[in-house]
Design a protein around this ligand. Structure first.
Ligand code: HEC
Ligand code: HEC
Ligand code: HEC
Length: 448
């Protein structure tokens, strides 16, 4: 947790500056957090996939609950580095401090073993803890609210069968004005109190997709932009969100920045394997693939894809033209440092090294993901069908700020891409924010 403690200090500094604000209950902004832990945590995957005992009376309900736990990506947040699956303790970085996930194993003392199904339903549906206290929306209850009582009961039945782990997560690191009582004010402002209602004008498949995307899947938690106080900008649903040094791209029908050019099959394949002929899932999406979408069935992945394909295109944003010299320098750096994997003309090797031409992720107006990837590297989320994590190496030690900026500008404006140029100052800022002390050389980086 060293990394998180370190980062949280900066955040708390920023909060000091904000403390003059007298509004209470604000600022639970950008709650969706970025888990960081190893992707090859086998026990976590075992727990998510091993058949949960046939001999018990409610075996069917438990199996359904296990499936829904995958759909809700509970593991990505309720697992800390080196910890037991679902025992929590992962520090979630929010712009306002660090919030630790709870222990949701069946342990009666420190987990939810002694909860009633009503208590569990109130947590999932209303964001209330066992004693009626407000839970922070870092726990995605604003989305989970759409889940039916029957599904919540199944999840609860499954969690009751998980091995009990006696463990209490550390206390949160938040400023005083964000104590639990402030959440009530936030809920009043932003909590959508409607339950899920199927749209009779749409197909059953679309409605299932809507239920998963807007409910358990909480895709908008990352992919919908947030206002200053952390509420969803609901008119911009799925138009792309700002995370902690990543961008969750536009998922609307926009041809350049969104999924306009992707087919339903492209989306379903990406959700299953973390890759397809257009892109690869790194950063926080890697965990979503590993612990959630790769473990769903094909029908549900297709429903999600069908729903996403129905989202009308986000408005086109203009971008300034890149500087000719920067493009020239960028092309040389690309040829030296990148073309060995992504090939000349950015064609990549679909399924292995993502193609960079007409790549939506690259063309988001905010370039932080691209800077992050080049500086720190990342790896594709693993899945049962693609168990080996392919990595993008870190270039922080090899390229200076100007060089990263030039190559980023170049790839954002080549092979059919068009996006705002990147400046060296911007890269410098990103370099400071990222924890680059850790060595990220990888087996396939060619750097050994
Ligand atoms: C994005 C991260 C995230 C995801 C995904 C997530 N949780 Fe949590 N969860 C949290 C955090 C953080 C808390 C602690 C909130 C607090 O302390 O106010 C929490 C708290 C809870 C609690 C309250 C426990 C208590 O002791 O009060 C329950 C129950 C819970 N989560 C269940 C789940 C289930 C079930 C899923 C999957 C369907 C899930 N969570 C997915 C982050 C997450
Ligand atoms: C924890 C935050 C988070 C959540 C939750 C999340 N995503 Fe993502 N998603 C991302 C990030 C970050 C990326 C960019 C990945 C990259 O740059 O490699 C991404 C990328 C994607 C892409 C590829 C877009 C492209 O243009 O390359 C798709 C499709 C996608 N997500 C779908 C979903 C769906 C469907 C859900 C809900 C089931 C979901 N995501 C939930 C963070 C998230
Ligand atoms: C050793 C092979 C290798 C080299 C060299 C390499 N990459 Fe990558 N790159 C990858 C892999 C593997 C991925 C997929 C990982 C991911 O998206 O998480 C990737 C992903 C990317 C992505 C994200 C694409 C998407 O759809 O999510 C960008 C952008 C990128 N690389 C740019 C570069 C640039 C710029 C350079 C040179 C400075 C470079 N890469 C050098 C292997 C490489």
């Amino acid at each position: 947790m060293k990394r998180i403690t370190h980062r949280s200090k900066e955040l708390l500094g920023a909060i000091g500056a904000l403390a003059g604000l007298t509004v209470v209950g604000i600022a639970l902004a950008q709650m969706v957090p970025l888990p960081t832990h190893p992707l090859d945590s086998l026990t976590a995957n075992d727990l998510l996939t091993k058949a949960a005992g046939n001999s018990i009376q409610n075996a069917d309900q438990v199996a359904r609950g296990q499936y829904l736990v995958r759909a809700g990506d509970c593991m990505s947040c309720h697992l800390r580095e080196g910890g037991e699956p679902l025992a929590g303790g992962l520090g979630l970085n929010t712009p306002f401090g660090v919030i630790y996930s709870s222990n949701i194993t069946s342990d009666a003392q420190t987990g939810i073993g002694s909860w009633s199904s009503d208590q569990f339903y109130h947590a999932m549906h209303d964001g209330k803890g066992a004693h009626g206290e407000d839970l922070y929306p870092a726990f995605p209850y604003p989305w989970f609210r759409l889940t039916t009582r029957e599904d919540d009961d199944a999840i609860f039945a499954y969690l009751k069968t998980t091995p009990p782990v006696n463990y209490t997560p550390p206390p949160n690191m938040l400023p005083f004005y964000l104590f639990r009582s402030a959440v009530g004010g936030w809920n009043l402002l932003f909590f959508n109190t409607e339950d899920f209602r199927a749209d009779p004008a749409q197909s059953a498949e679309w409605n299932r997709g809507s239920y998963l995307v807007n409910g358990l899947g909480h895709c908008g938690g990352c992919h919908t932009p947030k206002g200053a106080l952390g509420g969803d900008k609901s008119k911009q649903q799925l138009q792309g969100g700002d995370l902690d040094n990543w961008i969750a791209p536009d998922l609307t029908g926009n041809n350049r920045t969104g999924l306009g050019a992707w087919s339903t099959e492209d989306i379903a394949e990406y959700l299953k394997t973390g890759r397809n002929k257009r892109a690869a899932a790194g950063g926080p999406m890697g965990d979503v693939i590993t612990y959630s979408t790769s473990l769903l069935n094909d029908a549900d992945r297709r429903s999600i894809a069908v729903y996403l394909k129905s989202q009308s295109a986000s408005p086109e944003k203009s971008a300034s033209a890149p500087d000719g010299d920067a493009m020239k320098r960028g092309a040389e750096i690309y040829s030296d440092a990148c073309s060995s994997c992504h090939f000349e003309d950015g064609v990549g090797q679909p399924g292995l090294f993502p193609p960079l031409g007409k790549n939506a992720m690259l063309q988001q107006s905010n370039a932080i993901s691209v800077e992050h990837l080049i500086l720190a590297g990342t790896r594709i989320g693993t899945s049962p069908t693609r168990p080996s994590p392919l990595s993008m190496p870190s270039f922080a030690w090899k390229l200076d700020d100007q060089e990263v900026a030039d190559v980023a500008t170049y790839i954002r404006n080549s092979w059919g891409n068009k996006a705002e140029p990147v400046s060296a100052a911007e890269v410098g800022k990103a370099r400071k924010k990222l924890d680059l002390a850790t060595s990220r050389l990888t087996d396939n980086s060619g750097d050994h």
